[in-house]
Every structure is written in structure tokens, then in C-alpha cells.
Design a protein around this ligand. Structure first.
Ligand code: HEC
Length: 204
């Protein structure tokens, strides 16, 4: 991750430091039984979701802090309620950010295009750290035909980096099949912490 430091903006460093703190905090909670209020309620009839039981279990929220949900590893995760109709703020915000910044290359709903991979599949295997590293630093590959496949570096783009967790949570929800190819109709209120972090990140 060393090479990242040249791309990463100060707010991102702060965000990563906070994420690290959360990892420590969640591990202490591991022993507690799962809180039923944290369980997801999915739409059983949405075939576009392609629900993945293993990922849904792995990504399940074990803790919520001011409207932000965390999995057992302490990484941000989604929370879906009301039979797949209502989403946590970050998943909803990530949906909007994705369709503003990423879908031109990666296709609507993370479905992929001839040019860029389907992120609903990529997020089945990419870790939180790998995801953040790729969007901050970009990636480049030579293709078989002698061309280049380029993922731009967004490390100095606040419209992306200030919402990196939102994008991650949305794409995790798509990868696990907690969210189908739907435009979210209902959402949890925007948390105070999200308002504060947004203001600091965009202004700093
Ligand atoms: C200009 C087109 C373009 C835009 C815009 C773009 N990407 Fe990409 N992205 C790519 C390409 C092309 C690749 C594949 C790069 C490679 O071959 O290594 C890629 C790869 C990725 C990967 C790695 C996927 C994998 O399977 O390993 C992630 C994660 C990713 N992009 C996230 C995003 C996010 C999040 C956004 C929006 C903030 C975004 N990208 C916007 C073109 C784009």
C-alpha cells in the first residue's frame, strides 16, 4: 500500500485511520449474539438480486453506529429492511454516487460493460482495502489485443473519495444479492455522522 500515499488525499487518510479504529472496536463485540434488529429483510421475489447465501452471511451487520453498519471484520456493510425496499443511508448514497461517477464505464447497477468489469462480481472477492486502493490509485492492464484497459485514479477526486465507503457498501449489497437491479425507493435518514464527515471531507 506504500505507493498509495502519493495519491491519497488527507481526508482519505483520516477516513482510513477511523476505519482502523472501528476494526478494533468491533472485534470486542464478536462474542455477543447477533442483534435481530441488524438482520436483513430481503425481497424474496427479486430475481435480479441473485442472492448469495454465503456472502449475505459473511457481510451481515454485527454492529451499527449512528446509521453506519459494520460486518464482523469491522468493515462498512449494508442493511436492507422491509423486504428489500428500504436501504441504509450509505447503500442508498452509494447507489447514487455509483451512477454519477462509475456507471459510464462499469455499466448500470454494477453489471459491467465491454470496457470495464462487472463490479457486482468483483466485490465478491475484493477486500475493503483492495477496493479503496484501486479507486484511489487506479489500475492499468495490457489487454490481449495490444490495447490498454485503464481504471482511472480517483485519489484527488473528492466526489469519489469522500463517498468511498458509500460506494463500497452499495457494491457489496449488489455482490451479495441484497439489492437487485432497483432504484432504491426508501432509505434510512442521513446520519449526523455522514453529514459531518461529508462537510469535513469536501471542505478540507
Ligand atoms: C473511464 C472508465 C472507468 C471509470 C469512470 C471507472 N472505472 Fe473502474 N475500472 C475501469 C477499467 C477499464 C477497469 C479494469 C482495469 C484493469 O483491467 O485492471 C476498472 C477496474 C475497477 C476495479 C477493479 C475490478 C476488479 O475486478 O478487480 C474496481 C474496484 C473499480 N474499477 C471501481 C470503480 C469505481 C468505484 C468507479 C467510480 C468511482 C470506477 N471504477 C470508475 C474503468 C473505469
Amino acid at each position: 500500500m506504500n505507493h498509495l500515499s502519493t495519491f491519497v488525499t488527507r481526508p482519505l487518510v483520516a477516513a482510513l485511520a477511523l476505519a482502523t479504529v472501528n476494526v478494533v472496536a468491533v472485534h470486542a463485540e464478536d462474542a455477543k449474539p447477533a442483534d435481530p434488529a441488524l438482520a436483513n429483510s430481503l425481497n424474496p421475489n427479486d430475481k435480479t438480486a441473485e442472492q448469495d447465501e454465503k456472502l449475505l452471511k459473511r457481510d451481515a451487520a454485527v454492529k451499527v453506529e449512528d446509521g453506519k453498519y459494520f460486518d464482523a471484520e469491522g468493515h462498512p456493510t449494508f442493511h436492507v429492511t422491509n423486504e428489500g425496499k428500504k436501504f441504509d443511508w450509505y447503500a442508498y448514497s452509494g447507489y447514487r454516487r455509483y451512477h454519477a461517477e462509475c456507471h459510464v464505464c462499469h455499466g448500470p447497477d454494477g453489471m459491467g460493460s465491454t470496457y470495464a468489469p462487472a463490479l457486482k462480481d468483483s466485490l465478491k472477492r475484493l477486500s475493503y482495502e483492495e477496493f479503496i486502493g484501486i479507486i484511489a490509485g487506479g489500475r492499468q492492464n495490457h489487454t490481449a489485443g495490444g490495447g490498454e484497459s485503464v481504471m482511472p485514479a480517483f485519489g484527488d477526486n473528492k466526489n469519489v473519495m469522500c463517498y468511498a465507503d458509500d460506494l463500497y457498501v452499495y457494491l457489496k449489497a449488489r455482490a451479495a444479492g441484497a439489492m437487485g437491479r432497483v432504484r432504491p425507493s426508501d432509505k434510512e435518514d442521513k446520519p449526523e455522522a455522514a453529514k459531518k464527515a461529508e462537510k469535513e471531507c469536501l471542505g478540507g
